[in-house]
Design a protein around this ligand. Structure first.
Ligand code: PMT
Length: 401
């Protein structure tokens, strides 16, 4: 894919002597027909002019947060939604600090904070600033939040010093973004289905059996898939989570509804079953609220296994079927049994016996078990569910591209 006609890039230029390299990067993207809008910060205007940016990018240049003309045409939220990818080049130590604290004091930081897209940061600063402990801590935070970095590289600096902190060259920035957009382009044709959250199995009209799943892990996976361009459908049990507009959300309550919704949305290329589906449903739901009584016996029957149904489908089995395994003991044995019994390509097992991970936590630690692979298992150590999801989707991308 050389032609980037359908791709939209939002450039954010911060104040730094390397700002001129962003102009050259923009020129490279325009050569391949990408559509470009740019935000120049107040400090950036000391190094480059909005007029130069407008002429080179042939697109709109934004400067202020509350500019009536801009806001009526495209407000800051719409601007962050417009882009396929956001590139902040150069990003200074100051803006890195602001982003790590979630600041939204100007147009650039507000658009970034409001974005649901992949954001690339291209740092440029003095070697001492780059190596400072506070910068290192901020970088770690930003990586956790899912920002991707291009550079910096080692070299002679404008200030006369030598070391790491020099902004990457325009062609290197171009190539990295180009690869991301090419993958996004390929992924747009790939359908992914994710199940998430708990199911509610009703005993009577007001009582049900459920579990502690919050849906966080599945929602993060759907978000990571969608950010990489996959055509993503999320079938979710009851949760209190929000979902990005570009993900097709289907809300269900019971396992039976989740099964019906899954069936309706086949065929897909990739299916990821992270929902904690109740294994049993109440044999006969009471039509009226059950009155208080000394003893109550509830008869349960097995729910259909949605994952097994899909992975054993004759004509519509997805190319990649990924199941989860929630375990409290014998992780290896139970995960491998599920991999085989449920005919999955991968099983992602998590230990749900600990409070700091798994169910209803922002963190998780998982082991991926692969069928037909040399590396039969791979552990992703304890980290945010958003990071776990990014790493799972990295592996899906390498498998599908
Ligand atoms: O939602 P969170 O709070 O973020 O927590 C995440 C999680 C712990 C729920 C998630 O990481 C997880 O482990 N999901 C699977 C939970 C589960 O039900 O595991 P299981 O071992 O009982 O089921 C194995 C697999 O079969 C799962 O992929 C499950 O979705 C699927 N299944 C199970 C029963 C059924 N009737 N239909 C199914 O599709």
């Amino acid at each position: 894919m050389k032609d980037l006609s359908n791709k939209k890039i939002l450039f954010i230029i911060c104040g730094g002597i390397s700002a001129y390299k962003s102009l050259e990067t923009i020129r490279l993207f325009r050569k391949n027909n990408a559509e470009i809008k740019t935000i120049v910060t107040q400090n950036a205007k000391k190094f480059i002019t909005p007029l130069t940016v407008a002429s080179l990018s042939q697109g709109k240049v934004y400067e202020d947060l509350f500019n009536i003309e801009n806001e009526s045409e495209m407000d800051h939220i719409a601007l962050s939604r417009w882009a396929d990818v956001i590139v902040v080049a150069p990003i200074t130590a100051n803006t890195i600090t602001k982003l790590s604290h979630g600041s939204s004091e100007d147009l650039a930081s507000t658009v970034i904070l409001a974005s649901n897209k992949q954001i690339f940061l291209v740092p440029a600063m003095n070697v001492r600033m780059w190596e400072h402990q506070s910068t290192k801590i901020n970088l770690k935070t930003l990586k956790k939040y899912g920002y991707k970095f291009i550079g910096p590289v080692i070299g002679d600096m404008a200030c006369g010093e030598y070391g790491e902190g020099k902004m990457s060259e325009p062609l290197d920035i171009y190539n990295e973004i180009f690869n991301f957009l090419s993958n996004q382009f390929k992924n747009e044709k790939i359908k992914a289905l994710v199940t998430a959250g708990p199911t509610n199995e009703y005993i009577d009209p007001v009582r049900f059996i459920t579990n502690k799943s919050s849906g966080k892990q599945g929602y993060e996976i759907a978000k990571s898939l969608s950010k990489r361009g996959f055509d993503t459908t999320l079938i979710s049990g009851p949760t209190s989570l929000n979902v990005d507009k570009n993900i097709k959300l289907i809300e269900v309550e019971t396992a039976e509804e989740m099964f019906n919704a899954t069936q309706k949305n086949l065929p897909v290329d990739i299916a990821i079953f992270s929902a904690a589906v109740a294994d049993f449903k109440v044999n006969k739901k009471n039509d009226n609220k059950i009155k208080k009584q000394e003893n109550l016996t509830i008869s349960l029957e097995k729910n259909i296994d949605i994952l097994s149904y899909v992975s054993n489908h004759n004509s519509m089995r997805p190319k990649l079927v990924i199941g989860f395994a929630a375990e409290t003991n014998n992780l290896d044995f139970n995960a491998i049994s599920k991999l085989n019994d449920k005919n999955c390509d991968w099983i992602i097992a998590n230990d749900v016996s600990k409070k700091d991970r798994g169910f209803n936590s922002d963190f998780n630690e998982v082991t991926i078990y692969y069928k037909n692979s040399q590396d039969k298992k791979e552990k992703l150590f304890l980290k945010r569910k958003s990071e776990i999801s990014e790493e799972i989707v990295d592996r899906i991308v390498s498998k599908t591209n």
